[in-house]
Design a protein around this ligand. Sequence first.
Ligand code: KG4
Ligand code: ZN
Length: 338
Amino acid sequence: MKILAIESSCDETAAAVVEDGTRVLSNVINTQIELHKLYGGVVPEIASRKHIENISAVVDKALDDAGLSLEDVDAVAVTYAPGLIGALLVGVSYAKGLSFAAGKPLVPVHHIRGHICANYIEDPSLEPPFVCLVASGGHSNIVNVKSRTEYEVIASTNDDAAGEAFDKVSRVLGLGYPGGPAIQKAAESGDPEAIRFPRVNMGEGGLDFSFSGVKTAVLNYIHNTEQKGGEINKNDVAASFQQAVIDVLSDHLMIAAKDAEVKNIALAGGVAANLPLRELIQKKAGKSGFKLYYPKPLLCTDNAAMIGCAAYYEYLAGVTADMSLNAYANMDIADPII
Ligand code: KG4
Ligand code: ZN
């Protein structure tokens, strides 16, 4: 079964054709990063307008790269939640148009389910149940993946998402947007133990995250050092901040995996592209006897191949939408509206 998938929830206009869930026939990503860099973060209205301009060419290229026409695909899939509402609406409207015009089923996909499913593309031998850390610009969750279409949230963030914290700290350090790759690069030349930033735990076994404290601690450190006329070593700040975040992400993931009594753990979302995070979790997973899965960086950040993969399993489970499909800025991964 070949699925044409569309993703437009944030600042990437993306389309892909995926066969039977895990065979990626094409994967086109038009990123708006350069444009949003000017403002230090994503400007929602600009993102929506760029999606409108680009979506047609991106979808055409995805079909071309796969050597297919719209008639050859078996379904059209689209991210309908969560994300920037104006951005989501562009993809949803376009997918509805294609589905109606070609008479193909329309499959709505939850963006975070897509991120998790990127792991099946990377390694089709991965089988649920497994526990997945999803860390992106908008989300920080630990999810119990019970089957390819059944999910249970074990932990969420009480404030900032991990990626959001990377982006904000990067901005304060003048390292640019997106913050994750910039912080990772600066950290390579820094000492992760130079400054002890807080590792926030929510007390009594709580696995939820809170990243606003570490972000504020970085801001305070910079202000205090500047006030005293001291010099800021950006590389040390980046490395110490990154270490604080990845310590917490990895600790909580290991506890959740042990509690859930699974054998496999996985990573997903843009922050999962972070190399020191992967290495740290690999080390801890090895010690505790878990097998770790993670997608290549291109499949960690936003793309439509992951949406095509998730759509395949949703379709097999009977999920389709009609022309009344709407987009939603927020939606629990466990309880989709459709
Ligand atoms: O999954 P994604 O592309 O979009 C959302 O769904 O939010 O994630 C983007 C986030 C950004 O906050 C970016 O700074 C972060 O992922 N990111 C990273 C890395 N690459 C991207 N964070 C840490 N290390 C990286 N190498
Ligand atoms: Zn995402």
